[in-house]
Design a protein around this ligand. Structure first.
Ligand SMILES: [Zn+2]
Length: 233
């Protein structure tokens, strides 16, 4: 099979590939990808902080409930008149008073700790939000630059695509379909020469003798390693 036309097609396609690579390797695209990663990380962190805050609020509710319990015990204790109390009652009240004081002390410390935690979470949350907002602003700037770059290269891209289309009719249709499939899988160059009589011209993998013996008749063989077409010069 004559593969000259496919080689000609690929030579033109290489020009298009270079344009695509230029866009793909744009510093703004790289930066945009970095910013997307930062934004995602910020969102994850925000969700974590929200969960932590939720846990803390439950804890604070729990502390409040305990506080109210102790408070109502104190109230009922204070409402009984000392002259109505037996000696035993007074003993009980004294021991209860000690317990309540110690409880209130613990609860106060817990509340203080919770307040510190809430403040920390709030500060972290604001920091995270700022990181996210900054990333969003920078991303919009990058996106604009990417659009400008894409637009600037568009006429050249369209010209090459038109020229490629014109070359298509000279290439074997089955071969062309397979070529395009590989190209879509980001394989480029798609067709490479056999080197040293046995090796893939791209990945240097030695090809099976049976395959090589059929290369002239078939026009191309496929490298088992890098999936490129191999032809014999
Ligand atoms: Zn290969």
């Amino acid at each position: 099979m004559n593969i000259e036309n496919l080689l000609k097609y690929q030579a033109k396609d290489e020009e298009l590939y270079k344009v695509e690579q230029k866009l793909f390797n744009s510093q703004y695209r790289k930066k945009a990808n970095e910013l997307t990663a930062i934004a995602k990380k910020s969102q994850t962190r925000s969700a974590e902080l929200e969960a932590e805050a939720g846990k803390l609020i439950t804890e604070i509710e729990d502390i409040k409930e305990k506080y109210n319990l102790n408070k109502s015990k104190t109230d009922s204790m204070l409402s009984s008149k000392i002259e109505d109390m037996t000696f035993e009652d007074i003993e009980k009240v004294n021991s209860l008073k000690g317990k309540i004081l110690s409880n209130l002390n613990i609860l106060e410390k817990m509340l203080q700790k919770s307040a510190e935690n809430i403040n920390y979470i709030l500060a972290e949350f604001n920091k995270t939000k700022k990181t996210f907002d900054d990333a969003r602003v920078q991303y919009a700037m990058c996106k604009q630059k990417i659009d400008e770059e894409t637009k600037a290269l568009q006429p050249e891209k369209e010209r090459l695509e038109k020229e490629l289309k014109a070359l298509e009719k000279d290439v074997d249709s089955t071969l062309l379909a397979e070529y395009k499939k590989k190209r879509n899988d980001n394989i480029f160059p798609v067709i490479v020469p056999l080197e040293g009589g046995a090796f893939c011209g791209r990945c240097r993998m030695e090809q099976p003798k049976v395959a090589i013996s059929r290369i002239k008749e078939k026009g191309v063989i496929t490298c088992e390693h890098c999936k490129r077409f191999i032809y014999q010069k």
